[in-house]
Ligand binder design. Structure first.
Ligand code: XMP
Length: 325
């Protein structure tokens, strides 16, 4: 029978067997999956694990601090933070094609890890080998990237399809057979705090795939503000548990006419994409209270420069995916 206790016991044994006395690196993304994967591996091999947090500049507001403080406090894990914003923005310069963005972000991600690995190796004791990379890949990621039961490739998830061919690590993927709700239960059982375990999903490529158009620092800052407002109001309205996730998307290549303050504006639309789902394989758009939508819309258009319109995405998955790219 399936219990979180059994899953943990099984995975801990499997991880110990796979890793042996070597060292492992785990990338923390700020999301539930990597946090639970890291906590599982930490339980299995303790100080043989070093977590790496790559700040790719595509994070949401406050996310870096959450990883640096909350996660470390909860697990006591060794954490190395790499500031790679410039490198990612350079690599993404002028790129607007979604699949290309995903591939670039996935590639740069692994390259930064290789650098971090080299540093961790240099710091390791004589005879220690850093040979493993831990990833929080879930069952739906495996299926949707064509690795599961023969399904076509829909999008290359950065942690499955986007791996470069010169990868130097063997992968440890302890969540490969689990769905999201199961991952949350495992995280809870492992003693992770609710703010981490109940966090809504956020894609590895971050806000990079929530800007329709090419990615710039200015656009990211703008989207970060809009996203923070939406999250704040959804939490204030008590909707966090009802809504699976609510991507906030900037249509950077679209402009529309508005009237704000003293005159005409020609700004960008922000899309709200609240969805209800069990496992992200399918989703329905969430029938959110109008007053909450109104509040979010008013605040975003008042507080975020260059945004003069907020629109609601009322598409299910299928036919739409949850993310816009
Ligand atoms: P889609 O857009 O395919 O998203 O309906 C399904 C779920 O996966 C998340 N997502 C990702 N997660 N790396 C991730 O770790 C990715 O590249 C990625 N792309 C999408 C998305 O937020 C949703 O929860």
């Amino acid at each position: 029978t399936w219990t979180t206790g059994n899953v943990i016991e099984e995975q801990v044994a499997a991880i110990r067997e796979q890793v042996g006395d070597k060292r492992a690196i785990c990338g923390l993304s700020g999301g539930v999956d990597s946090a639970v994967a890291a906590a599982l591996v930490q339980k299995a091999i303790g100080s043989q694990l070093t977590c790496v947090y790559v700040d790719h500049g595509l994070m949401r507001k406050g996310e870096t601090e959450q990883v640096e403080k909350d996660f470390v406090a909860a697990t006591g894990v060794q954490l190395k933070v790499v500031d790679a914003e410039e490198r990612f923005l350079d690599a993404l310069k002028g790129v607007s094609d979604p699949e290309q963005k995903r591939k670039i972000i996935g590639r740069e991600f692994i390259r930064v890890f290789e650098q971090a690995q080299a540093e961790i190796v240099a710091e390791a004791e004589a005879g220690e080998e850093v040979a493993f990379l831990v990833q929080g890949t879930l069952y739906p990621d495996v299926v949707e990237s064509g690795g599961g039961s023969g399904t076509a490739n829909i999008k290359s998830h950065h942690n499955v399809g986007g791996l470069p061919e010169d990868l130097e690590f063997q992968l440890v993927e302890p969540l490969r057979q689990l769905f999201k709700d199961e991952v949350r239960m495992v995280g809870q059982e492992l003693g992770l705090p609710d703010e981490i375990v109940q966090r809504q999903p956020f894609p590895g490529p971050g806000l990079g795939i929530r800007i329709v158009g090419d990615v710039t620092k200015e656009r990211l800052d703008l989207l970060r503000e809009a996203d923070a407002i939406a999250r704040e109001e959804l939490t204030a309205a008590g909707l966090d548990r009802d809504i699976w996730q609510c991507p906030v998307v900037l249509l950077a290549d679209v402009r529309s006419v508005g009237v704000q303050g003293d005159g005409r504006t020609y700004g960008h639309p922000i899309v709200l994409r609240p969805v209800s789902s069990e496992d992200a394989m399918t989703a329905d758009w969430t029938r959110m209270p109008y007053d909450v939508l109104a509040k979010i819309s008013t605040r975003i258009t008042n507080e975020v420069a260059d945004v003069n319109r907020v629109v609601l995405d009322v598409t299910s998955k299928p036919p739409g995916t949850i993310e816009w790219e």
